[in-house]
Unconditional design. Structure first.
Length: 353
């Protein structure tokens, strides 16, 4: 079992321990067979009193997943990688960094850029940071640019990255979109854009296990589409991330309706339209009655966020919404006592101005 930097924290065997048995000798339940537990300081040295081993533990890997070399300095003090040896007591490599020309500002013997909490160096040649919107570049909403893990502006030619930058800058140029990206940039977790198509639609948001960030499958931005349309899609998925941070995560009609409401506010800003004065035709013409109910409720929400209009829009969303013409959300259910969070972004935008 490892943490996000691949440090081995516990070793389990594939043999199960039988906890209880019935009278006829059959197991009631099984427990994992724990072979070892260990804890390191940030630099990799084993902590005294925080290591437990069952018998002769011979698992070869430890700090950042590297192979132990206990014959040199004793247990857990030295690790070997593809390019060089690491002394975790000093947090220093034995030999020069083979990529030292890339980091002329620091000693070639420094490990993890002197920041082992954020970085690891599995091969012993280059720091790898698991942070930001991509593996190697992070979006800065303040200036609309991408930067690599060493703070250098990204100027590469990767088409997915360049399209993502244009779309994020478009989202950021709107009042409500700028507040959204600013709020997301403050959290501890990472929001990662991936060039991957979801099982349905052009994009999807997958929360991480701690609900502190997640992955946006954004392969849809590689298809031909208008700038506003694609920016609306990106903003929509990031808003799902914001909903998760506020406790409204998971698929539901309520969350989709609110995400489309966010998208509508954002697109109105891009087009220079006041959504309060613009009647939006958001109904599914195949179901005129439900379409009329949904369109009326959806437009009312642009003028005044209220639970009555929101509930009516939720109830008529599946049959009456233009957003469900293809049936994408037909199997979604609605949540009881759902509380809208879009008002937080609208209010923050008003205060900022």
């Amino acid at each position: 079992m490892t943490n996000r930097l691949e440090k081995v924290l516990a070793v389990l065997t594939d043999r199960h321990k039988r906890e209880e048995t019935t009278g006829d000798g059959h197991a009631v339940k099984y427990l994992p067979n724990l072979n070892a537990e260990k804890d390191n300081d940030p630099g990799g040295m084993l902590l005294v009193g925080r290591t437990w081993v069952a018998g002769s533990e011979n698992y070869r890997f430890g700090y950042q997943g590297s192979m132990k070399d206990d014959e040199i300095y004793g247990t857990g003090n030295s690790y070997t990688t593809e390019f060089r040896e690491l002394d975790v007591r000093l947090m220093r490599w034995w030999s020069n960094d083979p990529l030292t020309k890339k980091t002329p500002w620091e000693s070639p013997y420094v490990s993890m850029g002197n920041n082992p909490i954020w970085f690891n160096d599995v091969k012993g040649d280059e720091i790898f940071a698991k942070a930001g919107l991509f593996k190697k570049v992070k979006y800065n909403e303040s200036d609309g640019k991408f930067y690599d893990k060493k703070g250098r502006e990204y100027t590469g030619k990767n088409e997915f990255v360049n399209r993502a930058q244009r779309l994020l800058n478009t989202v950021n140029s709107t009042e409500i979109g700028g507040v959204l990206l600013s709020e997301i940039s403050k959290v501890e977790g990472d929001f990662i854009l991936k060039n991957k198509m979801p099982s349905s639609g052009n994009g999807s948001f997958e929360a991480n296990k701690n609900n502190t960030g997640g992955i946006i499958n954004a392969g849809g931005i590689m298809m031909d589409g208008g700038l506003h349309q694609m920016a609306g899609f990106i903003g929509h998925e990031f808003f799902h991330g914001y909903q998760m941070l506020k406790g409204n995560g998971g698929a539901s009609i309520n969350s989709e309706l609110e995400a489309y409401l966010f998208e509508s506010f954002m697109l109105a800003d891009l087009k220079g339209i006041n959504p309060k004065n613009k009647i939006l035709d958001a109904g599914n013409k195949n179901n005129p009655t439900d379409a009329a109910t949904f369109t009326k409720s959806f437009n009312e929400l642009h003028s005044y966020l209220n639970n009555r209009s929101f509930d009516r829009a939720v109830n008529s969303f599946v049959k009456g919404s233009i957003f469900n013409v293809t049936g994408t959300y037909s199997n979604f259910t609605s949540k009881q006592d759902y509380k809208m969070v879009i008002g937080n972004l609208l209010q923050a935008g008003l205060i900022a101005n």
